[in-house]
Ligand binder design. Structure first.
Ligand code: SF4
Length: 380
């Protein structure tokens, strides 16, 4: 079984109004060297006990990893390849802010070993960028021209859809403009109005927002498919063969090691979480890692939640084998009932078959999955 390696960069230039992630402003450049040294220390410690593990994906996420220079990435990649057993075709991804999308800089990241770059476009429309309260400036054609001019990397873009007030014409413009560059991968996330964010104080979540976001979501699927993109997860689309191998590990319960303040790991069926305090991570001589104990029920729920987000759905026999349980009659007839109502596709066969959400259910995935978990209660 091959592992993924996730490296977390919890720094940003400032805070965006819609952001519910934990990140801190990088106030002093000197902090970068201290943080990199701490990453190095953790890599050394954790990889020394995983000598037999082979890693076939690396993902630099944040925060804003592109705050760190190509030279800093070069040193970090050297440190990783010295300590980890990497596959010959390791997928190495990093997230990038549009303001950092300069040709020379991108070439530098590529030459350090990165072969997949995810540009956080979010929207090309200045008015919607202001609604979001993005800290950085809006992504422009010149950012895109520079980003896509660099060969030998898989170009990926992230979009936010269903921003309050977004018109069908604005969404169409963004998708057409981006897909004309032929990125290998497009993520289209529905805006989530997170509790406690400045955006939450400006907008109330209500039924009309749900309906509006539903319309934009299905419009996005339609436009992306027309442009040749294949949907493989509720919010993710790619050209054939360019799905994110790293994210697939999360969605299919494959193991990964997380390095950095607040990073999560999933190893030997156990979840671990690093202390999120950046200060402590950089200055304490010990690493504080907690085991995130899950009940069987919550593990099943998580498996359903992630597996059913995939267009291919869940293979029932793999599920039963993983959790050492047989789905009871009530659960199977609930699948048949959902299938009859057009909410789930239940393909039964001698090995158990497969379940997957119908396209109409993508937007209400959470409520369908909660319903399934509820009925499965008798299985625990
Ligand atoms: S750049 Fe990303 S992680 Fe940083 S504050 Fe903005 S949305 Fe959050």
């Amino acid at each position: 079984m091959k592992y993924g390696l996730y490296i977390h960069f919890p720094f940003c230039r400032g805070k965006c109004d819609y952001c519910g992630f934990y990140s801190i402003p990088l106030l002093k450049d000197e902090l970068k060297a201290v943080y990199l040294k701490s990453l190095d220390r953790e890599l050394d410690m954790r990889l020394s006990s995983m000598k037999d593990a082979e890693f076939d994906t690396i993902y630099f996420g944040g925060g804003t990893p592109s705050l760190f220079s190509p030279e800093e990435f070069y040193t970090l990649m050297k440190s990783i390849s010295r300590r980890a057993n990497l596959s010959h075709d390791t997928e190495v991804s990093m997230e990038m802010n549009p303001g950092d999308a300069r040709t020379d800089r991108i070439k530098g990241y590529r030459d350090s070993g990165i072969n997949r770059i995810i540009l956080g476009v979010q929207t090309l429309t200045a008015r919607l960028h202001d609604v979001l309260g993005r800290y950085s400036s809006v992504c422009t054609t010149s950012h895109l021209d520079e980003f896509f001019s660099v060969p030998d990397v898989v170009h990926c873009v992230d979009l936010i859809i269903g921003i309050p007030g977004e018109t069908p014409g604005e969404l169409e413009h963004d998708i057409r403009a981006l897909s004309s560059y032929r990125p290998g991968h497009i993520s289209a996330y529905i805006l989530s109005i997170e509790q406690g964010t400045p955006l939450e104080h400006r907008y109330e979540k209500n039924d009309s927002l749900d309906e509006f976001q539903r319309e934009r979501y299905y419009q996005a699927i339609h436009l992306l498919e027309k442009s040749g993109y294949v949907q493989y997860e509720i919010s993710n689309f790619s050209l054939p063969g360019l799905e994110s191998r790293h994210n697939m590990k999360y969605w299919t319960f494959m193991p990964y090691l997380g390095i950095g303040a607040g990073a999560h790991s999933f190893i030997n069926g156990e979840r671990y979480c690093n202390n999120p305090s950046v200060d402590e991570y950089m200055h304490s001589s010990e690493l504080h890692i907690t085991i995130d104990k899950r009940t069987r029920e919550s593990a099943v729920m998580e498996y359903m939640m992630t597996g059913l987000r995939l267009v291919k759905g869940i293979d029932i026999s793999s599920f039963e084998e993983r959790f050492g349980m047989k789905l009871n009659k009530e659960t199977l007839s609930y699948f048949a009932d959902l299938d009859g109502r057009g909410l789930l596709m239940y393909n039964k066969n001698i090995d158990g078959g497969n379940i997957r959400l119908s396209r109409e259910s993508y937007i209400i995935a959470d409520s369908i999955i909660f319903g399934i978990i509820n009925v499965m209660g008798g299985n625990f």
